[in-house]
Design a protein around this ligand. Structure first.
Ligand code: MAN
Length: 357
């Protein structure tokens, strides 16, 4: 298995202790899965900050936002027969699902793409707002279309997991567009250009009975209302992406097609990265897909943490052939890695190194 990623020697770039929690009684459990954008000549991250309350022996606490956006803590004895707590990320109590952490999004800025700090005079944090974001907002993708930055993120509540959208031009004022795709859906990557006058997005609805966790494509006249959905990329039995697949950040335009870096996981919840290529004029046509992953967890900070054996990306910067991805490692740390776009295309049989006779 060939791992094409050149990890930053400075990894992990961000650890939970590097930021202050959003209030005194909370602690940051994880910093992960940043959206990425360029603005005013600098590299910016929209990092997911997952918080909880300090745990004490014999009980489990889980946080939820109340209708006016304040954090409330639910406390349950660990030996309560109505509690099912077998996954670090999610618990079930009296038949209802809860997250063990609540996430908000934090803006960080860097001159060199390696050392990040909180910016002055910008909205530093974005929190869940309203009924459909009571369990927080997560895994934001940032797509720049003209002057507008589209923030598509996972909105979690007791009603389910859907996709929220906010739009900004200046990173100070945000228009809240509400839920653009209802539960169960996440991993929305909006293309940064219109194609034949239409907006396009990759998304990941899930079905518990028939179907699975597949990547879909949809179209929109305005970036808000999405239709003409098509199922594009499925999980593959017996391979590294056998249980779920989901889009990373906005597809990258190359002369061979739209290149998408995606995550895939197997039944043991081990997350790797792969790539696929869509036709430029009609992205509903998938031209190629990597058989092997292009990045596999292997460093200590990817193998153990809040949820080990995870590399997950939803943000990148493209400069010529160099693709810099920022990624969540072990669901706890923010890291960076470089790829050569031509090398990724080469593993799918495209690029200048392919001889045509
Ligand atoms: C999964 C994981 C969690 C996340 C929830 C809700 O369980 O990705 O990290 O909080 O889904 O999106």
């Amino acid at each position: 298995m060939k791992d094409l990623a050149k990890r930053f020697p400075e990894n992990p770039l961000l650890l939970p202790k590097d930021l202050a929690p959003s209030s005194d009684e909370l602690q940051i459990i994880s910093l992960l899965n940043p959206g990425v954008f360029r603005f005013q000549g600098k590299t910016w991250l929209v990092v997911r900050v997952a918080e909880s309350i300090a745990q004490k022996e014999g009980v489990i606490f889980f946080p939820v936002l109340n209708p006016i956006g304040q954090m409330e803590i639910i406390e349950v004895p660990l030996n309560d027969p109505d509690l099912v707590a077998t996954d670090a990320r999610i618990v079930n109590y009296k038949g209802l699902d809860y997250l063990t952490t609540v996430s908000h999004l934090r803006l960080l800025v860097s001159e060199d793409g390696i050392h990040f700090s909180e910016p002055r005079s910008f909205e530093p944090a974005l929190f869940g707002f309203g009924e459909l974001e009571r369990y927080g907002i997560e895994d934001c993708r940032v797509s720049q279309i003209g002057e507008d930055y589209f923030l598509s993120y996972t909105a979690v509540s007791d009603s389910g997991v859907g996709v929220g959208l906010r739009i900004t031009q200046d990173w100070r004022h945000f228009e809240l567009k509400g839920m653009i795709l209802p539960p169960h859906n996440k991993d929305v990557a909006i293309f940064e250009e219109k194609i034949n006058g239409k907006y396009y997005a990759l998304h990941r609805p899930s079905s518990k009975e028939i179907g699975g966790n597949y990547i879909w494509l949809s179209q929109s006249p305005d970036g808000l209302h999405w239709g003409n959905h098509k199922c594009l990329v499925k999980s593959r039995p017996g391979l590294w992406d056998s249980a779920r697949v989901g889009a990373g950040a906005a597809p990258i335009r190359t002369s061979y097609g739209w290149l998408e870096i995606y995550h895939g996981a197997n039944e043991a919840h081990q997350y790797c990265l792969g790539a696929f290529l869509m036709e430029l004029e009609d992205p509903s046509v998938v031209i190629a897909r990597t058989t092997e992953p292009i990045m596999v967890p292997k460093e200590n900070y990817e193998l153990s943490g809040f949820f080990g054996y995870v590399v997950f990306t939803n943000g990148h910067v493209v400069e010529g052939d160099r693709l810099t991805i920022y990624y969540g490692a072990a669901d706890e740390f923010v890291c960076g890695a470089y790829f050569s776009i031509l090398e990724i295309l080469g593993t799918m049989g495209f690029g200048p190194q392919v001889k045509t006779t």
